[in-house]
Ligand binder design. Structure first.
Ligand SMILES: [Mn+2]
Length: 364
């Protein structure tokens, strides 16, 4: 039998007592006047779909108003397309006027993991997530954290099915895309529950809209960033590390590693890049049970924050200074720590594209 989740234990109500999680989630809201949804900085489709799905659940079954917030910019082209084509109404978290009667619901993230810019002292009613990265769940009344699920949107879809709520095309498309983006890649980080949710949602989606989101048009900076990453990539055994000096958008580090992990000669891809006063790190692995999140957390250590899943992880480090030496030292430190964590000999590495070839390309 599956181990009970933190939610079951903390609330002292085993599932066998018949109260479904979605019932407990909804009944706990009685004490509040309004529901405010928050997700991690630079929201992704899983966070957006989860907020949108739960807001629909609450608005259908209760009289409570809901607001969906946005923490920091959403810049990845597909994620922008999701917000724009579905006309998601997002309130910048900076302008949220927190009320005493607010039930704050955090999805696809956990408190005090360095992934939020709003006041850490704002009390949370619920945390609904699937990350392995432990957050501070003290004093959170409702907890449903299931790291065995591929997506938070899967949990939300289950709540909606349990409560018999009818989905709009727009909502089904957003939940579907939220799950799809979390379980792509190989090996898949998906369970039967994710596939059941995808199956359920598929017939309800707007396929043209999904195609429009998946094939979102890319900005010039996307190609510049990829070129810089390719030219700076070094291989160490089956590990490739790429550097981008100036990441125009923080999510581009993830786009680089999504691309690099397809390389047949590597099992690990890391991209580090500087965005404003932060060093952004993104990791992908092509190995099953790779524990990328844990590895990245050990590599970053006290330098910053990190977390993630088995195959995918992300982190960031606040830069004290942006001098070339300071950044080079940090780069060297991270590279050494990655190689150590992955048990790869720290030799000189070799360039993915030889310098001579780069120069020849420029001359021809
Ligand atoms: Mn997620």
């Amino acid at each position: 039998m599956a181990r009970p989740s933190a939610g079951d234990v903390r609330n002292g109500i085993p599932k066998t007592m018949g109260l479904r999680r979605s019932d407990r989630f909804l009944s706990g809201l009685n004490a509040y006047d309004r529901v405010v949804f928050v997700t991690h900085i630079h929201a992704d489709p899983d966070g957006l779909g989860s907020m949108f799905g739960l807001a629909h659940l609450i608005e259908t079954l209760t009289e409570k108003p809901t607001i969906i917030t946005q923490d920091g910019p959403i810049s990845r082209a597909e994620n922008r397309a999701l917000v724009d084509t579905l006309h998601l109404d997002l309130i910048p978290i900076k302008i949220v006027d927190w009320h005493k009667g607010d039930a704050v619901v955090m999805v696809d993230s956990q408190p005090k993991t360095g992934r939020h810019t709003f006041d850490e002292n704002v009390p949370l009613y619920a945390v609904i997530d699937h990350h392995e990265t432990p957050g501070d769940l003290e004093d959170v009344a409702f907890i449903d954290v299931r790291p065995n699920m591929g997506a938070t949107c899967t949990l939300v879809t289950k709540y909606l099915i349990e409560q018999g709520v009818t989905l709009t095309e727009k909502l089904a498309s957003s939940l579907y895309y939220g799950i799809e983006t979390e379980v792509t890649g190989y090996p898949r980080e998906a369970t039967e529950a994710d596939d059941e949710a995808l199956n359920y949602l598929f017939g309800l989606t707007d396929k043209d809209l999904l195609a429009q989101i998946r094939n979102a048009r890319l900005p010039h900076s996307h190609f510049e960033c990829l070129l810089e990453a390719l030219q700076s990539s070094f291989l160490y055994d089956r590990f490739v590390i790429s550097w981008v000096d100036d990441l125009p958008q923080p999510e581009q580090a993830a786009e680089v590693v999504d691309f690099m992990i397809r390389f047949e000669k590597v099992d690990w891809a890391v991209c580090c890049g500087i965005h404003k006063d932060k060093l952004i790190i993104s990791v992908r692995s092509a190995l099953p049970h790779a524990k990328s999140g844990e590895i990245l957390r050990s590599v970053v250590g006290t330098l910053g924050n990190a977390g993630g899943h088995d195959r995918r992880a992300g982190g960031c480090i606040s830069l004290a200074g942006k001098s070339v030496t300071a950044i080079e030292e940090l780069q060297a430190k991270l590279r050494r720590r990655f190689l150590k964590a992955l048990n790869i000999e720290d030799n000189r590495g070799r360039r993915l594209v030889a310098l001579r070839e780069m120069l020849q390309n420029l001359q021809s």
